[in-house]
Design a protein around this ligand. Structure first.
Ligand code: PEP
Length: 251
């Protein structure tokens, strides 16, 4: 059975005090979430060590939103995978569309980041997804297949056990527009088949594939009912403990 995950990407939101209050709010309600659903929160870097203390002794996992593509040294402003592990992270998100779009995150960089994440004992939530124009052109399957092959196909089957894929259509992120359950299932099925063709069915069946893009309490149930959707990567709705928990309870 593959893992069900609901992960909250806080992006560049909250002060430390607000982030701690949010983390505490999630901890207070975690028992309402089905035991087979893993909650992950991804606060900004500055919050990680203090949020880690709030999460201690709970089943909630800590994630970073990104990590450096170099192990250490003169890389001003960067945060290494080793530092994230030291801060208490179990995961890092990599390849979010905002990183790809605004910070020049290429597949080549992601391959380096992923290797460093694994070397330091971090699992990776690897984001893929097409832009609106690419969907309108009908090339969304090709775009996602390329994002997967350029990065994930450099990994071994053993390393794939440490990867969660998040399908996030860029046109649905932060827009209030959600992919329909049918659209999401279609591409999640495609992602699983793509993984299966390269790594074999066992790896593909074991890989958790999350949906992201305006997922909220009102649409989570329909999305999570799809056979190839194993949870969600949640942006805006993860900033309210009640909404985040309601999404996780939708399973
Ligand atoms: C995201 O960017 O990971 C995301 C899913 O954002 P939102 O839920 O706000 O669309």
């Amino acid at each position: 059975m593959r893992k069900k995950i609901v992960a909250g990407n806080w992006k560049m939101n909250t002060t430390v005090a607000e982030g701690l209050a949010l983390a505490k709010g999630i901890v207070e309600k975690v028992e309402e979430v089905p035991a087979d659903v893993t909650l992950v929160v991804a606060p900004p870097f500055t919050h990680l060590t203090s949020v880690a203390q709030v999460l201690e002794g709970t089943p909630i996992q800590l994630s970073a939103q990104n990590c450096a593509d170099e192990p250490k040294g003169a890389f001003t402003g960067e945060v290494s995978a080793a530092m994230l592990k030291d801060a208490g992270c179990a995961y890092t998100i990599l390849g979010h569309s905002e990183r790809r779009e605004y910070y020049g995150e290429t597949s080549a960089k992601l391959v380096k980041k992923m290797a460093l994440a694994f070397e330091n004992g971090l699992d990776v939530i690897f984001c893929v997804g097409e832009k609106l124009a690419e969907r309108q052109e009908g090339i969304h399957f090709d775009v996602v297949a390329t994002q997967i092959s350029e990065v994930l196909f450099t990994l071994t089957a053993e390393q794939m056990a440490h990867v969660v894929v998040a399908y996030e259509p860029v046109w649905a992120i932060g827009t209030g527009v959600t992919a329909t359950a049918a659209q999401a299932q279609e591409i999640h099925g495609f992602i699983r088949n793509t993984l299966s063709a390269h790594f074999g069915e066992e790896v593909a069946e074991a890989t958790t594939i999350l949906y992201g893009g305006s997922c909220k309490p009102s649409n989570a149930q329909e999305l999570f009912a799809c056979p190839d959707i194993d949870g969600g990567l949640i942006g805006g709705a993860s900033l309210k403990a009640g909404d985040f928990i309601a999404i996780a309870k939708a399973y």
